[in-house]
Design a protein around this ligand. Structure first.
Ligand SMILES: [Zn+2]
Length: 376
């Protein structure tokens, strides 16, 4: 078992009764219970993937949450901005309430959310931000909403420039929820990119920058491959950094430069959607293995996907660690020595010596085996 938040790293039995963790310890009595033998596997708190696109059927992205969720050994998945305020009830009723995986939500600052696709100017018309309606939707759905998603790209902001960020800042402060900001001009070729330093002026402790390893204009590095000074300042002030792998935004060269300068991710996420499941993303365990190839230990990547992710979502105490008396929320992973080549979003490769694959996801009384997919 590896549970960084509980400082547990060793051989333990976990007993689940009536959907709750009844005991964690060495050589627990089975008392006639069903036994799942997971020798050689790693039992961890349920993995948390903090950035995906989960409205199945919506545009080119929307994917069933259980594919990247319990079908990938992950117990909590978070949608990043598929729904604006008008779609939030649809999201709740048809996505969150129908999933086997726990599904949380970043509400989009733009009323359009993911309806139009990522290449459109969804914040360029000031009428597309309706603070009062967003506030109403957030108040009615605090149990699933973890923040506000903003596309901080030249393409999305258009002639409004930084004004939507100013409005988001104010709204985030009023509602006391963080902002999740997409950086990197990956979708709208030719748009004037927004400098990350300008975006960071609007962010505070607890806000999240996603796509920290993007190679696209508007990323964390200047023209000489150095971190913009504002990035360091932001990190020191408590702004959090998320991987957000995706189709476009994990670049191994950028990652190495960012990591060599001492900036580490707070959250690891797939930015999973319909268009990257079959590669280059596959699932969260594979994305974690890529981070190990970049130099992180197993302990560190498990911590990112459990305790740190829970903190990033403001849900410490609710998930991210295994506690007796709490509902069972467990991932079982297999770590194997195998040589393979990890591929980034620009088809760059690095050699990897280990794989992480899902074995089970357990929520309450339910045990889920992973879907079979072709992994690299
Ligand atoms: Zn995304």
């Amino acid at each position: 078992m590896l549970d960084p938040a509980a400082d547990k790293d060793g051989r333990f039995d976990v007993c689940v009764r009536d959907g709750k963790i009844a005991g964690i310890g060495a050589n627990l009595e089975s008392d006639g219970a069903q036994i799942i033998e997971v020798k050689g596997c790693i039992v961890t708190p349920g993995l948390i993937d903090v950035h995906l696109h989960l409205m199945k059927g919506l545009g080119a992205f929307g994917v069933d949450p259980d594919i990247f969720g319990v079908g990938s050994g992950v117990t909590t998945v978070v949608d990043a901005g598929s729904a604006g305020h008008t779609l939030l009830n649809v999201f709740r009723n048809y996505v969150t309430d129908n999933a086997k995986t726990r599904v949380l939500n970043y509400i989009n600052l733009s009323t359009l959310g993911g309806v139009s696709g990522p290449g459109y100017s969804i914040l360029a018309d000031p009428r597309l931000i309706d603070e009062a309606k967003i506030a109403q939707a957030v108040e009615a759905n605090r149990d699933i909403i973890v923040g506000i998603k903003i596309m901080a790209t030249g393409g999305a902001l258009g002639a409004q420039g930084l004004k939507p960020l100013e409005r988001a800042r104010k709204l985030g402060d009023e509602l006391k929820i963080p902002l999740l900001v997409h950086i990197g001009e990956s979708w709208t070729k030719g748009a004037e990119p927004v400098a990350v330093g300008d975006v960071l002026k609007y962010l505070r402790a607890g806000d999240i920058v996603t796509h920290m390893f993007t190679v696209h204009p508007g990323g964390l590095l200047d023209g000489n491959g150095k971190l913009w000074p504002q990035v360091r300042d932001a990190k020191e002030s408590g702004v959090l950094m998320d991987v957000g792998h995706g189709l476009h935004n994990l670049n191994f060269d950028v990652a190495r430069k960012v990591l060599d300068q001492g900036l580490h991710p707070d959250g690891v996420s797939t930015d999973g959607h319909r268009g990257n499941r079959a590669g280059p993303v596959y699932d969260l365990p594979t994305t974690m293995a890529k981070l190990m190839a970049l130099g992180f230990s197993l302990h560190q990547v498990i911590e990112m996907a459990t305790a740190n992710a829970a903190k990033l979502l403001g849900r410490t105490g609710e998930m991210g660690t295994l506690r007796v008396g709490e509902p069972a929320d467990i991932s079982v992973l297999k770590l194997e020595d195998r040589e393979w080549k990890a591929v980034d979003s620009q088809k760059g490769t690095i050699p990897v010596h280990q794989t992480i694959t899902p074995e089970y996801a357990i929520r309450g009384d339910a045990i889920y085996e992973p879907l079979t997919i072709e992994r690299p």
